[in-house]
Design a protein. Structure first.
Length: 77
């Protein structure tokens, strides 16, 4: 009977340890999730800035083309 009690105690200790590890892993997963969220915010801002810069580049290219056309037109006179 004593051996069975010891084995039950060991199993209970193991279960308790596994529950603690499960809780710690859950906490770590939550921390990683928070870190990912914090990284996503600057990346989203960076993407918005890059898109804005692309639009400005396209507008500048369009203005350059118009200017070249005007210069070419003026050179004909």
């Amino acid at each position: 009977m004593n051996q069975i009690d010891n084995e039950i105690n060991q199993m209970n200790q193991t279960i308790h340890y596994l529950l603690q590890m499960h809780h710690r892993m859950g906490c770590m997963v939550n921390q990683v999730g928070e870190m990912i969220s914090q990284l996503e915010q600057p990346m989203n801002r960076k993407s918005r800035v890059i898109n804005q810069l692309k639009q400005e580049i396209n507008q500048t290219e369009h203005l350059i083309k118009q200017t070249v056309q005007m210069i070419n037109h003026l050179c004909r006179f």
